[in-house]
Design a protein around this ligand. Structure first.
Ligand code: ING
Length: 313
């Protein structure tokens, strides 16, 4: 009996700062209802799916900053989404800014949750690879202040038994680092879910601006193939508060092939029937870690090439 998981990738267009959370949640529920009509078991929303991506601008007032965070999940504004999930019997992935009190102090994380068809939270991930800077950079067209607004995630990369398979999560910049996929690949991940807010223009590397879409798919397709896993990437796309963000949300097979992708820069749902058993042959043959992967020898190779400095870095 094939383990078919029907997944909807729910790309979001811009969320204006002026748009209230109830208005945003209404957009999310509309897409969830479409996904349910199309037979989805799971819908994947982007990173920071409840608000505009506020790390793109400088916020100095702590109260204003806190206004972009969720102090509980679910909470009053998100509860209708959880209720819809229960009513429609569809699970979801949601990215949001998390305000937590841990070890007796306020802590802020860029967070994602996996929620089951019963509307209950299965797992949580907090973003580890925070790009950008911890202080505003004067003169730039927009900021990336994730290092200023968020702490590095403290939950690691985990995989949960859910939806008939092994599901993992990462967030945005994590997808550019092979370790994120490999740590979940070593746990047998069969589907990795992620959301992203990726500007077309990278002030730190403008020479790559025309490669944004290419690099976006490159890293997810490679991560999928090299770990024998599906990857689902959901964008917050379009011009949001003056920042032009890429779209091309997609669902990628363990072969590395793109099964489906979005072609607009707005709210767009694309659906794929994912046979999780397609992961098996990749994990059992070409990427059988136990048989072929030799981390104990990697250092030896680096030393032989005289690039000892790499070891020390
Ligand atoms: N955003 C971006 C990302 O990794 C970035 C940061 C922008 C990297 C442009 C490279 C080019 O997709 C987040 N939120 O991590």
């Amino acid at each position: 009996m094939p383990r078919i998981l029907t997944v909807g990738v729910a790309q979001l267009g811009p969320i204006p700062r002026s748009q209230s959370r109830p208005e945003v949640v209404a957009r999310l529920i509309a897409m969830m209802e479409d996904a349910a009509r199309m037979g989805c078991d799971l819908i994947v929303y982007p990173e920071a799916a409840l608000t505009a991506f506020f790390p793109h601008w400088t916020i100095t007032d702590p109260e204003e900053l806190d206004s972009f965070f969720e102090a509980a999940m679910p909470n009053n504004t998100a509860q209708p989404l959880f209720n819809a999930a229960r009513r429609l019997k569809i699970g979801f992935h949601l990215g949001y800014a998390e305000l937590a009190v841990e070890d007796g102090r306020k802590r802020r994380f860029n967070t994602a949750i996996l929620v089951g068809k019963d509307g209950e939270i299965i797992g949580k991930y907090r973003k580890i690879h925070l790009p950008g800077y911890d202080a505003p950079r004067p003169g730039e067209p927009f900021q990336n202040l994730e290092k200023m607004y968020f702490e590095v995630g403290n939950l690691g990369f985990r995989v949960w038994e859910a939806f008939g398979g092994r599901i993992g999560m990462m967030i945005c910049n994590d997808r550019r680092w092979p370790e994120a996929y490999r740590v979940m690949g070593l746990q047998g991940a069969e589907m990795m879910l992620l959301g992203y807010n990726t500007p077309v223009h990278n002030p730190a590397m403008p020479e790559t601006d025309d490669l944004g879409n290419f690099h976006n798919h490159l890293v997810m397709q490679a991560g999928a193939y090299q770990n024998g896993s599906f990857v689902v990437g959901a964008a917050k796309a379009g011009v949001e508060e003056g920042v032009d963000q890429i779209g091309q949300s997609c669902i990628i097979a363990p072969s590395g092939e793109i099964i489906t992708q979005c072609t607009t820069l707005g709210d767009e749902l694309q659906v794929a029937r994912c046979d999780l058993d397609l992961c098996n042959s990749y994990k059992a043959s070409i990427f059988n870690f136990a048989r072929h992967r030799r981390p104990e020898h990697y250092g030896l190779i680096i030393e032989r090439t005289g690039s000892g400095s790499v070891l020390g870095r």
